[in-house]
Design a protein around this ligand. Structure first.
Ligand code: SF4
Length: 487
C-alpha cells in the first residue's frame, strides 16, 4: 500500500506540524519541482481571493492550477468533510499557484475571476497528474486584509493555529491512503419508481411553471430534494400549507386517502407520483378491508409508506414491525385475517415475520408474491454478494431512506462493517485505514452520480481497481400520469 506524505513548503509550516503529526512529514521548499503521483498533502498557509474566506479559515483545493496546467484533487471532499467534522471552517474550490506572492486587490480580483478561491506559490509544483494531491491552506490574508496591512503577524498566528488543529485530520488522511479494489454492487441506485417520481416533478415544473408544491420529500434523498428545490419545486409537510388552486405532487411513498380529500378541499391540482408498486399494496389493503379482514401490515410504523397504506383502512390495519410483534399480535377474528408488506423491507426478516403470522393464523390470506419490490430485492441480493468479499461496505443514501438502511443492515448480516452515508463528504477517513477492498452500493433513491463521486474520491487516496458485481439487469419502466403527459 502507498502511504501518504505531508509536505510543508515553508520552514514555519513544517515547524507548526512537526510535533503534531505521526504521518511522514517533509519540508519541500518552493523550488523543488518534485511532481509526485503518490498521495501527497500540501499543508501550509495561503491567501484568499475573496473576503468570504477569513483569516484562520481553511481552504481545501478541489483543483490545482498553474498557467495552462490544471490537476484535480479527487479526495478533496473526503478531507474537507473530515476537517468540518473537526469543527474547522472549511471552503472548497480551485486554488491557483503563482510564481510570486499575490497581495494587490486588483491581482486577487483578476485571479478570482477565473473561479479560483485561494492562491499559493507551491502546490502546483508538487501536485502530480493523477489527482492524488490534497492541498490544505490556512488563510492569512484576503482582499480586505492583505499581507501589507497591519495585523498580519496576528493573522499569521491564527492561520498556523488552524493548521495545528487540522493535524489529526492530516494523520487520518495519511492512514487512509493506499491502493484499493472497489466492488460496485449491481444493480444499485435509482429504481423505476424513483426515476418516475423525479420525472413527474420535472415535467410538472415544465408544464405548470414554478412553484410546483411537493408534499413531503418526493423520494427520500437530500440531493434529489435540493436539486428540485433549485429548479422551483417547493416542499411542504402538509397540503394545508399550499395556496389554494396550486399544483401539488404527491410523493413516491403514497398517501392516505384523507390527504387526497384535503387536497380536493383546497382545490389543488394533484399530480400523483406514488410508485405503482406502492399503489398495488394500497389496493390489496382496500380489497381485504372491504371483506372485513384485519390486515396485518408488516412494516415500520413511522415510515411514510406505512402511514399512507394504513390510511386506506385505519380501522382494519394493524402494523406489525417484526417477528417478535408477529408472535403477540391479536386480531378480532382469526378466520378473517390477511397480511401485506411495506415495499422496502429486508427480504429475509420480512419473510420470517410472514412465516410467524402464517403459523399463528392458518387462515391468513396474502399477496401471491410478497410485496417487497423488485428494486429492494435486487439491491439487497447484490449488496449481500459484495459484502462477502469486502472489508467495508459503503452504502450511499439518506438516513431516512428505508431501502438504503436495509442495504447497510443486509451487508452487516454478512459480517462486514457497513456504513450509510449521504455522499462522499460523509465518509470518515478512519473507516478507510487498512481497508483494501471496499464494496459500494446505493439506495433506490440515491442518484448514480453520487456513486461516481465516491469512486473518484477514493481514487484520490491511491490507485483503484473498479469491478462491477451482479447478474441482474433491470428493465422495469412505469408510465407517467396523464396530468404531465397529455397536451
Ligand atoms: Fe417503487 Fe420499489 Fe422504487 Fe419504492 S423502491 S419507488 S416501491 S420501485
Amino acid at each position: 500500500m502507498t502511504s501518504g506524505t505531508v509536505c510543508t513548503p515553508l520552514y514555519v509550516e513544517w515547524l507548526t506540524l512537526r510535533d503534531k503529526l505521526t504521518a511522514p512529514l517533509i519540508r519541500t521548499g518552493r523550488a523543488t519541482g518534485t511532481i509526485r503521483d503518490d498521495p501527497v498533502l500540501v499543508a501550509g498557509v495561503g491567501g484568499a481571493l475573496t473576503d468570504r474566506i477569513a483569516p484562520g479559515d481553511l481552504v481545501v483545493a478541489t483543483e490545482i492550477r498553474r498557467d495552462d496546467r490544471t490537476v484535480p484533487s479527487h479526495a478533496a471532499d473526503l478531507v474537507a468533510g473530515e476537517l468540518r467534522r473537526a469543527g474547522l471552517r472549511v471552503h472548497t474550490g480551485p486554488l491557483v499557484t503563482t510564481d510570486h506572492v499575490v497581495d494587490s486587490a486588483d491581482e486577487r480580483r483578476a485571479l478570482a475571476a477565473s473561479g479560483a478561491i485561494a492562491v499559493d506559490t507551491e502546490s502546483a509544483l508538487i501536485a502530480g497528474d493523477e489527482g492524488r494531491c490534497i492541498v490544505v491552506r490556512a488563510i492569512v490574508d484576503n482582499v480586505e486584509r492583505p499581507l501589507a496591512r497591519a495585523g498580519m503577524p496576528l493573522r499569521g498566528i491564527k492561520a498556523l493555529a488552524s493548521l495545528r488543529r487540522a493535524a489529526p485530520v492530516l494523520d487520518a488522511w495519511a492512514a487512509a491512503t493506499g491502493d484499493r479494489e472497489l466492488l460496485l454492487a449491481a444493480p444499485r441506485s435509482f429504481c423505476a419508481g424513483v426515476e418516475r417520481a423525479i420525472e413527474i416533478v420535472e415535467r410538472a415544473l415544465e408544464r405548470f411553471g414554478s412553484p410546483v408544491y411537493v408534499r413531503r420529500q418526493i423520494v427520500h434523498n437530500l440531493h434529489v430534494v435540493r436539486d428540485l428545490e433549485q429548479r422551483g419545486a417547493v416542499f411542504v409537510e402538509e397540503v394545508d400549507e399550499i395556496p389554494e388552486g396550486s399544483v401539488v405532487v404527491l410523493a413516491a411513498h403514497g398517501v392516505a386517502p384523507a390527504v387526497r380529500t384535503q387536497a380536493a378541499e383546497r382545490r389543488l391540482r394533484v399530480v400523483d407520483a406514488t410508485c405503482p408498486l406502492v399503489s398495488k399494496v394500497h389496493h390489496e389493503v382496500r380489497r381485504y378491508a372491504v371483506r372485513d379482514n384485519t390486515v396485518l401490515l408488516i412494516g415500520h410504523p413511522d415510515h411514510e409508506e406505512v402511514v399512507g397504506t394504513t390510511g386506506e383502512a385505519p380501522g382494519n390495519v394493524i402494523v406489525v414491525p417484526g417477528p417478535a410483534e408477529a408472535e403477540t399480535v391479536q386480531v378480532p377474528d382469526p378466520g378473517r385475517v390477511a397480511y401485506a408488506m411495506q415495499t422496502t423491507l429486508a427480504v429475509e426478516e420480512a419473510a420470517e415475520t410472514a412465516a410467524v403470522l402464517r403459523r399463528r393464523f392458518p387462515a391468513l390470506a396474502g399477496p401471491r408474491k410478497d410485496d417487497i419490490c423488485y428494486a429492494t430485492s435486487n439491491r439487497q441480493a447484490a449488496v449481500r454478494e459484495i459484502a462477502r468479499r469486502s472489508d467495508l461496505v459503503i452504502v450511499i443514501g439518506s438516513q431516512n431512506s428505508s431501502n438504503s438502511q436495509r442495504l447497510a443492515e443486509v451487508a452487516e448480516v454478512e459480517g462486514t462493517r457497513a456504513v450509510l452515508v449521504e455522499d462522499a463528504a460523509e465518509v470518515r477517513l478512519d473507516w478507510l485505514a487498512g481497508v483494501a477492498r471496499i464494496g459500494i452500493s446505493a439506495g433506490a433513491s440515491a442518484p448514480p452520480a453520487l456513486v461516481d463521486d465516491l469512486v473518484r474520491s477514493l481514487s484520490g487516496l491511491g490507485s483503484v481497481t473498479v469491478t462491477e458485481s451482479g447478474a441482474v439487469t433491470e428493465d422495469v419502466r412505469f408510465s407517467l400520469p396523464k396530468e404531465v403527459t397529455q397536451q
